[in-house]
Design a protein around this ligand. Sequence first.
Ligand SMILES: [Zn+2]
Ligand SMILES: [Zn+2]
Length: 439
Amino acid sequence: MSGASGDLPTRLFSLAPIAVGTAAGESLLSYLVRLARAHSMSPRQLIRTEILPLADLGGGPACGRFYADQARTMAGVGKYACAFVHALQALTGRDGLAHLTMLPWAGVVPAVGFGLVAERAQWCPECLVSQRQAREDSHFLLAWSLDCYQACPRHRRRLASACPWCGRAQHAVPDYPDQHRCTQCRGYLGSELVHQGADEVPTERQLLRAMLIENMLDYATDAETWATHANLCRRLSALADAWTEGGKRALSLRLGFTKTSVSTWVAKKQRPVFPQLLQLCDATGLSVRELLGECGGKQPPIMPVLASVAIKRREAASAIAQHNTEAELGLLMAGTDSPPSAAAAAAKVGVTVSQLRYRHRATMAKLSEKHRAHRHAQSNRRWSERVRTVQVVALGIAADGQRPSIRRVTERLRHLRLSLQNPRLRAAYRRVRSEIADQ
Ligand SMILES: [Zn+2]
Ligand SMILES: [Zn+2]
């Protein structure tokens, strides 16, 4: 567990991390922002003046690229995570800050690989509201920085990644030390989105995935001891023995990977990327803790779902299931109103997305295309509604005999939770204003 590691005075406050080592634990970046706030500094200033001089980053990162992109990998298992953990531990005298990153799982997740850290900052608006109501320091969870964590199980909603006021994505490192504020317009990120609709409802699969990750994060404190490549290899070999008479290729395919995946991990000592690790859990019905734990000691791995009878039954059922799935997909495609996403289709027919893509490639390609086109049309419709709102508001002000100035329009749009900071709405505003001026 983390704690102040000595009585010597430290350069920065020895701030305690929030809920460290649990699913609700904050991220390292979140800790850094709160630390900056405690010192009345901007987070970027803290990084520039205190952390980078201590961090061993081979000459230091180019600042622009670092703030725009690399800083998000502070939550991962790579060099920025290591460097920032060490620097912050030295500055605050705290140990255990690695638990605010994915470093405890570095044994089974590669430092360079896709699918671990999300490309954009994301958050659950309702969790932010809860933090505010509970008068907690504003903070972002480590789970939110993961690409595969897309829904909040507590509030059963998808995470947001665009500001509800200006619609823009967030900078990786804020320059204002309050994570409840938009890094672009400083609007409150805990506000509900204007057009709350189907977009916020998570699929069952997203919720299950999020719960799998939460369960994993709950075991962070001793993960270094059991989340090892050796344990993963042992489990894969045991699975091959139980399922496919030792055949690694057949096991690979059965788990929904390409035929060489498993042998690459076992023989070439490579680690699966994070989404593949989660897929392993899906395919075996085990949690990450169960998949990797209890392998190292004297006890043989326990495999509750691997009884050979169950496998034979499953093989017989799979041919029928595949036929039924194809038929169900056909029905989903035929429905005219809203074709589901691959994830939603997978949740409906009760298999994983990768299984669907593997076994029903052509149908899934068609479905995805339909889904994309539908989403596109939906988004266009929503934007034209917002543009119309701006026109109505500006014309309304003009009808009252006032000049539809930016200030007045912004004021009224604020109540509708729209903002002229958005380029499309701004253009619409300019158009309607010049029309009014022409009259
Ligand atoms: Zn939430
Ligand atoms: Zn904003």
